[in-house]
Ligand binder design. Sequence first.
Ligand SMILES: Cc1cc2nc3c(=O)[nH]c(=O)nc-3n(C[C@H](O)[C@H](O)[C@H](O)COP(=O)(O)OP(=O)(O)OC[C@H]3O[C@@H](n4cnc5c(N)ncnc54)[C@H](O)[C@@H]3O)c2cc1C
Length: 483
Amino acid sequence: MAAQIGKRPAATSRQSRRLIDPSGAVMSRYLLFCNDLLRLDDNPLLSLPRDSDAALAVCILPQRQFSPNRASRRRRQLQLGLFREFQQRLAVLDIPLLLRAGDPAVILPQLLQQYQLERVVAAEPTAPEEYRWTSGLNWQWLDANSLLADELRPDLNTLPRSFTAFRQQREPELRVLAPQQAQPSILALNKILSVAGAIALSDLPQPEPDQPIAEALAQQLPEHFAQWQQHSEPAVLARFTQYLQQHLSHYKLSRNALIGADFASFLSVPLSRGTLSARRAWQLIREHEQEYGQNESSYWLRFELLWREYFRHLQRKHPLVFFRHGGLGLHQVPGTAGEAGEALLRWQQGRTGLPFIDANMQLLAQTGWMSNRGRQNVASYLMFQLGCDWRHGAAWFEQQLLDYDVASNWGNWAYIAGALYSAPRSFNALKQAVEYDSAARFTTLLLGPPETGNHRHQPYEQPDWPAPQAWQWQQYLQQLKAE
Ligand SMILES: Cc1cc2nc3c(=O)[nH]c(=O)nc-3n(C[C@H](O)[C@H](O)[C@H](O)COP(=O)(O)OP(=O)(O)OC[C@H]3O[C@@H](n4cnc5c(N)ncnc54)[C@H](O)[C@@H]3O)c2cc1C
């Protein structure tokens, strides 16, 4: 690979990295680690350096986190596509972005040394694994993907134990940080490598062929949902603006649907990949409310963004608890630690015998997406009815979900299992199937028409139905019939 190095600063020793520019100003030299900030809007990394500074922007595809057992091909393709798209968009502005693949804990110190940089600056993560990437280095976090940062950041020592308490504490005078309008410091950003140099030194794996999703399914999701281009910054801003105009008004009523193009915001992929700032999303909802008035739906969308926020801070408070079967140890958690076996495989493949669960799991496998209602039910089913360790389910979601976010995913799983502060929450999948898929349209779309009669949501009436061993389904059935 031909290394085309652009304007290189005068070499300095590692010991004396604070440089003085010709005007006498002290120069800082930053390594801007942009992985979770693939956007120009509200991206404090790109506007951090002053003109007198020098900075190198880099994205690194973390090898371990994107290995096949932790990230599906679809999720890897999305990440690679969004990295490349961001590189191209920055190139148009004459800003170089280096794209690397490997272990950030190895690559970051190498880059610091190679380019005589002082400090790594990145969006503050929530997961211990990502905090460790910079251990031993000079680093600076900017909590650019949280609503409540800087002076609004919750004190982790007194973080309320429940989401409701957190929300009630914040809501009376809820303020979130305004998105930044600052422009990227182009001068500082193109002092170390030229655009062509950064592209030539990039070593991301080649994209693999796309995995199109079946036409019938694709039509039921937002347009081109499966194509990574739809989750890039310009596409997302355009789609969300349109969503606010045309569909926000019914969010509260429609948000529990199982499939559809506009029943919810579909913000989770751009928020988790960093192509949209949570603060920008919040501000756009606020502006919409100012113009058209606040209603239950607009409030509820902000309410859901606060859930995301809560899990982010909770994970920082209890970094390892999110990954322990018993969690905080306050409740009896379902399943046996480590328990998986054949039931897990049937669940992953959508072959449990309960159509409502199977349809959701097949949707996930085919698209990398599942509704919130579906997620709650399949999670509950795996741990309460199949008796598996909930962490196997969380790990499967991590691999499959296009919107995978460590705090939201592991936090929601732990929450349902009762591994956090509140008691376990099990869902009656039989009841939920009737309630949310009453005409069986969703299950029929995924599984085809039922073979016999109208037993779609009453599989237990079939003599050979494989009732899950650990499932108290008779009890569930009674509960269903009692209402
Ligand atoms: C077991 C389980 C695993 C989950 N894993 C993830 C995950 O890996 N990544 C992820 O982004 N969300 C996760 N969620 C939360 C939620 O299901 C998705 O955010 C939501 O379905 C995405 O669709 P949407 O953007 O249209 O949501 P909307 O209903 O439009 O909500 C707007 C935004 O609010 C946030 N939000 C909504 N519900 C939740 C919630 N329960 N917890 C945290 N944030 C929420 C998301 O950022 C979402 O984009 C999980 C939920 C469960 C029950």
